[in-house]
Each structure stands twice: as structure tokens, then as C-alpha cells.
Design a protein around this ligand. Structure first.
Ligand code: APR
Length: 255
């Protein structure tokens, strides 16, 4: 198995000059860590330090205490709105030019890949900047919503609470996004798994599926994950630094 960036380059070289090359980039919270957005499994800070995110991001938690869950997401929404793409996001946007097709499949709900300029992004877990009706599952613009006395927003059609358009634990993923992600994983030549703990299904299955279909699997993560076991190349480091170096190395190949 390969464990450094330089040994990875010869494996990417044939894809760079290939007009039918397909690359999938699976990203997780680690990619946004350098933008100041805490990963889910890190200790949370400030006001929210005493809460376990895994117990707030569920339909049950929202049914029990909608105000608590709404306020937690408002905090996260503000964090994400103020965050800027980091060199990792920028490098992934720049990588599009090296491959005939590059698709980002992200578990992140912060929208930073698109802000950085990536053009083909599949958001598996939704997007924090959108709201939907918790009963009818339809998107609602905040400007059209009504506000309750306790500061929550409700659907103008049915009066149910609005909730963020994100996937909570125990919920199914958006069907179109998931189907496309699986198709891309089965057809790709290389899959990069970056900044994800590989613990949450079905995203965690994508590298395995790609591997079974013959793709070259690369992991970029400072820590081992279950995906490490099937990776053909592993670079232990932060996404921003490793991906910036990778783009520079690919640029040298092209010049
Ligand atoms: N660069 C690369 N990887 C990093 C960095 C970094 N700077 N910092 C941390 N990591 C790695 C960690 O080692 C860990 O493996 O990022 C991973 C983050 O793991 P999680 O917090 O579990 O995030 P993720 O895999 O995206 O979680 C999947 O589960 O929490 C739910 O719905 C939420 O989308 C999320 C999903």
C-alpha cells in the first residue's frame, strides 16, 4: 500500500491524460475543519459543549424539544454562513481541470464546495441553509414563513414547524442524490475519501463499492478509519495541506 503523496502521482498520471477518466471525491466533516467548522465527533465548544450532537440530530430530539434543536442548527448555520472555503475546498475545485469528469459526493451540509467553485456536487445529507416543512417535506423560504412566540418558524401552508433541510440520524437520504452517488462510485476510475470517519452509512459504503468495481482508492485523513483497510493509497495529513500539494504535483505533470 502507498503511504505518501509522491508515490500516488504515478497512479493518477494515466487518468490525467485520459479523456474518459472519472474521479469521485467523497468528503466529510474533516474537509471543513480547517474552515473552523467543528466535526460532529469532536468536542463541541461554547454554549453547546454539554450537548451530544448525535443526540440533537434526530427526528425524536426535534419532536421532544424543537426549540433546542432549532437553536443548535441556528448556531451551526451562523458558523457555516461566516465560514470561508479553505485550501482543501479550493484544491478540490482546481482538480476538476485534470480529469474528464470529477464529482464531489459530500456528507457536509455547509455548502462550501460550491462556494469554492466545484461544479458537480452531490449533497448526500442536505444543506443547512435551506428549510423545509417538518410535516410536508417541502422547501419553504424564510421570508414566507410565520414566526411563533418562542422564535420558531412555521410552514405558511400547514402550520407545522420548519426544520433544516438536512438528513438526521434514522432518516433516509435524498433518493436522487444517493442513486447518483452509487452510480458514480461504480463507474469511477479513482475514488478519494477525504476527511470522513467512514462510520455513517450509506456514504461509508461508497469506497467499498468503488473498490469492488475496480477503482483505485485513496484516503486522505490524519487518522485511520475503516476505509483505510481497503485503500490503495493513504496520505495521513490535513486535507488543506495534502490537497494543495497534490494539485501542485499534478500541475507539474501537466507542464
Ligand atoms: N483534514 C482531513 N481530515 C480531517 C481533518 C482535516 N483537517 N480533521 C479531522 N479529520 C478527519 C477525522 O480524523 C475524522 O476521520 O475527519 C473525520 C471526521 O469524522 P466525522 O466527524 O465522523 O465526520 P463525517 O465522517 O463527515 O461524519 C459523517 O455523520 O455526524 C454525521 O451527518 C453527520 O455528515 C456527518 C456524518
Amino acid at each position: 500500500m502507498l503511504t505518501n503523496l509522491q508515490s500516488l502521482i504515478p497512479h493518477l498520471r494515466p487518468l490525467i491524460s485520459n479523456p474518459s477518466s472519472r474521479v469521485v471525491i467523497l468528503t466529510g466533516a474533516g474537509v471543513s475543519e480547517e474552515s473552523g467548522i467543528p466535526t460532529f465527533r469532536d468536542a463541541q465548544t461554547g454554549l453547546w459543549a454539554k450537548y451530544d450532537p448525535l443526540e440533537l440530530a434526530t427526528p425524536d430530539a426535534f419532536a421532544r424539544n424543537p426549540k433546542l434543536v432549532w437553536e443548535w442548527y441556528e448556531w451551526r448555520r451562523a458558523l457555516c454562513r461566516d465560514a470561508k472555503p479553505n485550501p482543501g475546498h479550493d484544491a478540490l475545485a482546481a482538480m476538476e481541470k485534470f480529469f474528464a469528469r470529477l464529482v464531489i459526493v459530500t456528507q457536509n451540509i455547509d455548502g462550501l464546495h460550491r462556494v469554492a467553485g466545484s461544479r458537480d456536487v452531490i449533497e448526500l445529507h442536505g444543506n443547512l441553509q435551506r428549510d423545509k416543512c417538518s410535516r410536508e417535506n417541502v422547501m419553504v423560504e424564510r421570508a414566507n414563513a410565520c414566526t411563533t412566540n418562542d422564535g420558531l418558524l412555521v410552514c405558511p401552508q400547514c402550520g407545522a414547524y420548519l426544520r433544516p433541510d438536512v438528513v438526521w440520524f434514522g432518516e433516509t437520504l435524498p433518493r436522487d442524490a444517493l442513486e447518483r452517488a452509487f452510480r458514480e462510485a461504480m463507474l469511477c476510475d479513482a475514488l478519494f475519501s477525504i476527511g470522513t470517519s467512514g462510520l455513517v452509512e450509506p456514504a461509508a459504503s461508497l469506497p467499498r463499492l468503488a473498490k469492488q468495481a475496480g477503482a483505485f482508492i485513496v484516503e486522505i485523513n490524519p487518522a485511520p478509519t475503516p476505509i483505510s483497510e481497503i485503500a490503495d493509497a493513504i496520505v495521513r495529513g490535513k486535507a488543506g495541506q495534502v490537497l494543495s500539494e497534490l494539485v501542485r504535483a499534478m500541475e507539474r505533470l501537466g507542464s
